[in-house]
Ligand binder design. Structure first.
Ligand SMILES: NC(=O)c1ccc[n+]([C@@H]2O[C@H](COP(=O)([O-])OP(=O)(O)OC[C@H]3O[C@@H](n4cnc5c(N)ncnc54)[C@H](O)[C@@H]3O)[C@@H](O)[C@H]2O)c1
Ligand SMILES: O=C(O)C(=O)C[C@@H](O)[C@H](O)[C@H](O)COP(=O)(O)O
Ligand SMILES: [Zn+2]
Length: 361
């Protein structure tokens, strides 16, 4: 078992990574002053696999947790779905000290966290991520949100969980495509922060894809350490935290333009990273070889480098809804070298449009 701490003063919390975390979960909950009524939010794929098992653990810890099951998929990250969950929380009798527990991938985590942040102006929140993407990224750092028709994650908050419990055994039921999507965010950490980690990914790619225990737990723990390190320095994205958005300006536009159906988030991030690497190359910041090596690494992890069914004009229009856009200027996270990025709002329109054209199939 490994523990990574997210150091945020009185909002600090632990990420517990391991197998069979029943004891850790029970001990943690019994050490809190939670009310008995709780809401365990999960989705239609995860409920039959782990819903009752986790409900029983919560019960053993003294909670009366109602299992609330949302439809699996990005479409559920909506205000309509949030409204239904508020109703279930009220009907089950939750109060201000009642915990909300997210058992699922990033969709469940972002949505449940949004409910926890807003229900009764904020109730305790616990993350139990079940997808690789959620374990390496979305369950850590406190970004919670739902989507708006005009863009991704536009309605949300920064709301930290009280604890994150990652059961590595849950990875066994994860479809292969979801492993790849998680690896999209993992690759991101190498490029933005840690060249050694990037090299580890290259050397150990087969063990990672086969979910070999040592390799996958290192990948998850190192990803959490990097994210915790960044978030601890800049919880609310005043500056540094924007590096975690590497590739996301284009990714979110691609997801929206394809109605969140064609590309998973991590796949869109892969394409978006190629896009910003191309922009960085066109600006003379990096050699073309870094871009082609990135394409090769992503392909090794079964990730796409080009997006279908999008137009340059639509993607270009969407990027202005990005949360890093200020006064009509997009703040781009650009690559300086492997392991180092910088932020720049000074990228000519022509270069952006050329790069977008090159990542569209
Ligand atoms: N808050 C953040 O910091 C942050 C970071 C990255 C991504 N995100 C968000 O996360 C979402 C993507 O997360 P995701 O990739 O986990 O998607 P997801 O939640 O849709 O999960 C992917 C699929 O895998 C299934 N699944 C999850 N765990 C499983 C398991 N153990 N066994 C079998 N099936 C399982 C789900 O039911 C779903 O069908 C996006 O909305 C993205 O914007 C948020
Ligand atoms: O935690 C962060 O900060 C991130 O940017 C992590 C991203 O992987 C994640 O997709 C995030 O939700 C995107 O943030 P947003 O502010 O662009 O919605
Ligand atoms: Zn992301």
């Amino acid at each position: 078992m490994r523990t990574v701490n997210v150091n945020l003063g009185d909002k600090s919390y632990d990420i517990i990574i391991g197998h069979d975390l029943k004891k850790q979960i029970v001990d943690f909950i019994q050490g809190q002053k939670f009310s008995r009524k709780a809401l365990l939010i999960t989705d239609t794929n995860i409920a039959p696999l782990y819903g009752e098992k986790v409900q029983a653990i919560l019960n053993e810890a003294g909670l009366d947790a109602k299992l609330a099951v949302i439809l699996a998929g990005e479409q559920s990250k909506s205000l309509a779905c949030a409204e239904d969950l508020y109703t279930q929380a009220i009907q089950h009798g939750l109060d201000r000290k009642s915990p909300i527990i997210a058992l699922g991938g990033g969709v469940v985590g972002d949505l449940a966290g949004f409910i926890a942040a807003t229900f009764m102006r904020g109730v305790p929140f616990i993350q139990m991520p079940t997808s690789l993407l959620a374990q390496v990224d979305s369950s850590v750092g406190g970004k919670v949100a739902v989507n708006h028709a005009l863009g991704k994650n536009l309605i949300g908050a920064f709301y930290q969980p009280k604890a994150v419990f990652m059961d590595l055994d849950m990875m066994k039921s994860l479809p292969k495509r979801e492993i790849a999507t998680g690896l999209g965010e993992v690759v991101k950490y190498g490029y933005i922060y840690d060249k050694e980690f990037y090299e580890y990914l290259l050397v150990h790619k087969d063990e990672i894809l086969d979910l070999k225990s040592e390799a996958i737990s290192h990948v998850i723990a190192r990803s959490c350490e990097i994210k915790a390190d960044v978030v601890s320095q800049d919880e609310k994205e005043a500056g540094l935290r924007a590096i975690l958005n590497f590739g996301h300006t284009l990714a979110h536009a691609i997801e929206k333009e394809t109605q969140y159906k064609k590309y998973n988030h991590g796949e869109a991030v892969a394409i978006g990273m190629v896009g910003v690497a191309k922009i960085s190359n066109k600006l003379g910041m990096i050699d073309e070889k870094i871009v082609t090596d990135m394409e090769k690494l992503l392909a090794m992890f079964n990730l796409p480098e080009k997006a279908q069914d999008c137009s340059v004009e639509n993607i270009y229009a969407d990027i202005f809804h990005d949360k890093k856009t200020v006064n009509g200027k997009v703040n781009w996270v650009l690559l300086e070298e492997i392991g180092k990025v910088c932020i720049s709002s000074n990228v000519p329109e022509q270069i952006v449009k050329e790069a977008i054209a090159e990542i569209l199939a």
